[in-house]
Design a protein around this ligand. Structure first.
Ligand SMILES: Cc1cc2nc3c(=O)[nH]c(=O)nc-3n(C[C@H](O)[C@H](O)[C@H](O)COP(=O)(O)OP(=O)(O)OC[C@H]3O[C@@H](n4cnc5c(N)ncnc54)[C@H](O)[C@@H]3O)c2cc1C
Length: 413
C-alpha cells in the first residue's frame, strides 16, 4: 500500500532514504532548510569506504588515551569548555569501545559496510553520476617505519577476515602508484576496493535530482516544526504544511533538535571536521591519509581537499581550525600545495553515536515516526545502505541485514 511519508533532512542519508521509499512506490516529500547535500555530506573526503569495517573506537590503550587528553596529536582536538556536557556520551563511547563490545559492533558494522558499493553503484548508474566516480582506492600512509609495519600487519589481518582487496606499498611503491605524492613516507596500505567521489555534494544533488525525476517532491522547511496530529504528522514548509502518515528524522548532526523534544535521549555527539581546497600543479588520482598527522588529502573538482580529524566541541561553537593549520604545514611536505581556494575553511560535524552504530528504525513511543541518523565517520558511504534497511522496515519486508544492532530501542524506550 502506498504510504505518505515526509523525510526530514536532505543530506546523503535523507536523500537516499527518500529515494528508497519513492522507488517502493510511496508518496514522499523531502524537507530541508537548504538545498540537498549542502552540509556534512558536502564537506567530507568523498570516499565510499568499503574498507571501513571497523568504526573509530575511543582509544583504550593508556598511552593513546593520554595522547588525546594532552592534545599531543593532530588527529584529535577538543574544546575544554565543552567536555563537561560531552562527558556522559564520551563515557559511554569509551565503554562501548571495550574489546568485547567493540567486537560485536564491528560484526554489525561490517555487515552494513559490505553493501556500500553495490547500493551506491545502482544509484550512481540511475543518476548518471559516473563522471564523479574514481575506482582506484586510497592510501593509508605512515611516516614511521615501526608504525607502518604494525599497521600493515593489522590491515592484512582485517583484509583477510573481511575479504578486502589491499596491497602493502613501501616508499617506492607509493611513488609508483601515485607519482604526485613525494616526501617522508615509510609506506602505505593501498585499499583498492573503495571508490572516491570528486564532488561529494554534487553526488547528493544528483541523487536528489533522481528522486525528483522519479516523482518525489522536495520542499524547503524547518524540520523542528514537526508536530504529531491525529492521523500522522505535519511539518511547515515554504509551500505550506506537509501532512503525512509517517515522518523520518534524517537530520544527521542536528537529529537531537528533533528527537529530544519528543522525549528520546540518545548518546549523540559530534566530531567536528574542517576542510579547505588548494591549487596543485599535478592532481593525484587517489586520496592519501597521513595517519601520524591526522589529515587526508583528497583530489576534488575544486582543488586538493585537505580534511581534518576529529574536534570534540559544541556543534555550534566558533570555528577553531588549529588542526587544519598544522595539517597544512605537514601537507606541504607531501605535495606542492598552491594557494588556498577559499578564504575561510569549511566546518562540518560528523553525527556520532556512542556505540558507533547508526540509529535506524521505528521510534519506540510514536506511531509513524522513524529514525535514520548517527552515521559518524561513514555517512557518505552508508547513506544508501541504511536507506534500504529503513525502507524495508517501514514496509515490513524481510530486511537484507539484521536490523537489531541499529534499533533505537537499544537505548531504552
Ligand atoms: C571532514 C569530514 C570528512 C568525512 N569523510 C567521509 C568520507 O570520506 N566517507 C564517508 O562515508 N563519510 C565521511 N564523513 C562523514 C559524513 O560526511 C557524514 O557521516 C554524513 O555526511 C552524514 O550525512 P547526513 O545526511 O546524516 O547529515 P548531513 O549531510 O549533515 O545532512 C543533514 C541535513 O539536515 C538538514 N537540517 C538540519 N537541521 C534542519 C532543520 N531544522 N530543518 C530542515 N533541515 C535541517 C541540513 O540542512 C542537512 O542538509 C566525513 C565527515 C567530515 C566532517
Amino acid at each position: 500500500m502506498t504510504k505518505e511519508i515526509v523525510v526530514l533532512g536532505a543530506g546523503m542519508v535523507g536523500v537516499c532514504t527518500a529515494l528508497a521509499l519513492r522507488q517502493r512506490g510511496h508518496a514522499v516529500v523531502l524537507v530541508d532548510r537548504r538545498m540537498p547535500g549542502r552540509e556534512t555530506s558536502y564537506g567530507n573526503a568523498g570516499i565510499i569506504q568499503r574498507e571501513a569495517v571497523q568504526p573509530y573506537a575511543f582509544p583504550r590503550e593508556w598511552m593513546a588515551a593520554l595522547r588525546v587528553i594532552t592534545r599531543q596529536g593532530n588527529d584529535v582536538h577538543y574544546h575544554p569548555a565543552a567536555l563537561a556536557s560531552l562527558l556522559p556520551a564520551l563515557a559511554r563511547y569509551w565503554r562501548e569501545s571495550a574489546p568485547d563490545r567493540y567486537a560485536a559492533t564491528v560484526t554489525a558494522y561490517s555487515a552494513l559496510i559490505r553493501h556500500c558499493l553495490s547500493e551506491h553503484e545502482r544509484l550512481i548508474s540511475l543518476a548518471g553520476a559516473q563522471d564523479l566516480v574514481r575506482k582506484s582506492g586510497w592510501l593509508q600512509a605512515y611516516r614511521s617505519a615501526s608504525a607502518f609495519d604494525q599497521a600493515a600487519r593489522a590491515a592484512t589481518e582485517v583484509a583477510r577476515q573481511h575479504g578486502l582487496d589491499h596491497r602493502i606499498l613501501d616508499r617506492a611503491g607509493i611513488t609508483a602508484a601515485e607519482p604526485a605524492w613525494r616526501g617522508p613516507m615509510a609506506g602505505a596500505i593501498h585499499w583498492r576496493d573503495p571508490w572516491t567521489i570528486t564532488d561529494p555534494g554534487e553526488l547528493v544533488s544528483r541523487y536528489a535530482a533522481l528522486f525528483a525525476k522519479q516523482g518525489g517532491i522536495f520542499r524547503h522547511g524547518d524540520a523542528t516544526t514537526l508536530k504529531q496530529q491525529e492521523n500522522g504528522w505535519t511539518v511547515a514548509t515554504e509551500d505550506g504544511p506537509v501532512n503525512a502518515a509517517h515522518a523520518v528524522i534524517a537530520l544527521g548532526p542536528w537529529a537531537s533538535a528533533l528527537t529530544q523534544p519528543f522525549g528520546y535521549r540518545f548518546p549523540l555527539f559530534v566530531k567536528r571536521g574542517y576542510h579547505r581546497h588548494y591549487a596543485v600543479e599535478s592532481m593525484p588520482a587517489m586520496p592519501l591519509l597521513d595517519v601520524e598527522n591526522g589529515f587526508m588529502l583528497a583530489p576534488m573538482k575544486r582543488g586538493l581537499r585537505l580534511t581534518t580529524g576529529a574536534e570534540f566541541a559544541h556543534h555550534d561553537a566558533a570555528p577553531t581550525p588549529v588542526q587544519l593549520r598544522n595539517a597544512e604545514r605537514h601537507a606541504r611536505e607531501l605535495v606542492h600545495l598552491g594557494a588556498a581556494v577559499e578564504d575561510t575553511p569549511w566546518l562540518g560535524a560528523r553525527p556520532c553515536v556512542a556505540d558507533m552504530r547508526p540509529v535506524v528504525g521505528r521510534a519506540p513511543r510514536h506511531r509513524g515516526l522513524w529514525f535514520n541518523f548517527g552515521h559518524g565517520h561513514q555517512g557518505f558511504t552508508l547513506g544508501p545502505v541504511t536507506a534500504r534497511l529503513l525502507a524495508e522496515l517501514m514496509d515490513e519486508d524481510q530486511p537484507f541485514v539484521d536490523p537489531g544492532p541499529y534499533d533505537p530501542i537499544r537505548f531504552g524506550a
